[in-house]
Write a protein that binds this ligand. Structure first.
Ligand code: NAD
Ligand code: IPM
Ligand code: MN
Length: 366
């Protein structure tokens, strides 16, 4: 199969981990006789420096012509004082909106060899396997903020959702749950927010179409607590944009590191942008310390969700799992007795195992 992939490396470790994921995709293409072509485009701070915009028109056009997009991460202290429209993060929000990528899937699954890597007790982390379905193109992130008032001391951000926006993400969550363990936890703040009350009503309505899926409503504060005290009670969590952002970083603790969490951002017709959940990690950028596995697992999600290449995706996931079982890990993972390696070596290890391993076993259930 021939596929054209646009790579948006972005900033900081984004360039390091997207390069790693690209190499793994190249290896997978070679193994399975596919032709993947790659086109690099600018986004974020790098694009601001080069083109004066965090999301140049050329980047948007290239993404629209691609079969899928792979993104590293954006942001960094260099641009933190920029005005809002010239922040790297605007580029990321812009591409999500331009491509209508409203459905953000963030699977959180502990690899057996990483149970000790979490600061949480082994018995708490064991058997956790959940999927956060985060709404990605609405809510607080996309409300137009007011001008500063009161001499610069007052401002308003708005949290707006339409029925259509809520319905489509909730349906995605029920669809996902129906091929998993058939349980949806809808996370909201319906004891305070009007938008959450509408969200809850719609979840109830949509749930009628999925009688085999059980549904539960949970307030976000309690959900934050339960996520790290009894994570195995969750199957699919569906929630609005900001809650999903916060809960997914929290959930990464179950896996041992934020550097382990992949994601897919999809539109209505299956087109997707794939990126690690983590950011540009300015504290370790350029040092070869970044964990490339979140980006590599995001590439596996690309193969599965955009190209229907399930076997290829499973080979990548198996290679990642095996590398960890053999004790290879980057500095962010605390694995006593294992072998600490840099980004490049970790990537090479995954590629070697991908080429050596002809058996496949599904690791991620999403
Ligand atoms: P971050 O996710 O970049 O880093 C948080 C911590 O996790 C840091 O200590 C970092 O070193 C560590 N970490 C993250 N990914 C890692 C990896 N792959 N391997 C090893 N360690 C890893 O969050 P932050 O520091 O709050 O934000 C830094 C910048 O990244 C900000 O500008 C922010 O806006 C941006 N950001 C971008 C994205 C994205 O592009 N999707 C996501 C989150 C944050
Ligand atoms: C993420 C990031 C982004 C978000 C930022 C960089 C805009 O934190 O992808 O999780 O909040 O969505
Ligand atoms: Mn985030």
């Amino acid at each position: 199969m021939k596929k054209h992939i646009v790579v948006l490396p972005g900033d900081g470790i984004g360039t390091e981990v997207s390069e790693a994921a690209k190499k793994v995709l190249e290896a997978a293409a070679e193994e399975f006789d596919h032709t993947f072509t790659f086109e690099e485009q600018a986004i974020g701070g790098t694009a601001i420096d080069r083109y004066g915009s965090p999301l140049p028109d050329e980047t948007v056009a290239a993404c629209k012509n691609a079969d899928a997009v792979l993104l590293g991460a954006v942001g960094g202290p260099k641009w933190d004082q920029n005005p809002s429209h010239l922040r790297p993060e605007k580029g990321l929000l812009g591409i999500r909106k331009e491509l209508n990528l409203f459905a953000n899937l963030r699977p959180v699954q502990g690899f057996s060899n990483l149970l000790h890597a979490s600061p949480l007790k082994r018995e708490v982390v064991e058997n956790s396997d959940l999927l956060i379905v985060r709404e990605l193109t609405g809510g607080l992130y996309f409300g137009t903020p007011s001008e500063r008032r009161d001499g610069g001391n007052s401002v308003v951000d708005t949290l707006a959702y339409s029925r259509h926006e809520i319905e489509r993400i909730v349906k995605r969550a029920f669809e996902a749950a129906s091929v998993r363990r058939k349980h949806v936890t809808s996370v909201d703040k319906a004891n305070v927010l009007e938008s959450s009350k509408l969200w809850r009503e719609i979840v109830e309505e949509v749930s009628k179409d999925y009688p085999e899926v059980t549904v539960e409503h949970m307030l976000v504060d309690a959900a934050a607590m339960k996520l790290i005290t009894s994570p195995s009670q969750f199957d699919v969590i569906v929630t609005e944009n900001m809650f999903g952002d916060i809960l997914s970083d929290e959930a990464s603790v179950l896996t041992g590191s934020l550097g382990m969490l992949p994601s897919a951002s999809l539109n209505d017709s299956g087109f997707g942008l794939y990126e690690p959940v983590h950011g540009s990690a300015p504290d370790i950028a350029g040092e070869g310390k970044a964990n490339p596995l979140a980006a590599i697992l995001s590439a596996a999600m690309m193969l599965k969700h955009s190209f229907g290449m399930n076997e290829e995706a499973q080979r990548i996931e198996s290679a990642v799992s095996e590398a960890l079982e053999q004790g290879y890990h980057t500095a962010d993972l605390d694995l006593p007795g294992g072998q600490q390696v840099n980004t490049e070596r970790m990537t090479e290890t995954v590629i070697d195992l991908l080429k050596a391993n002809t058996t496949t076993s599904s690791i991620m259930s999403c």
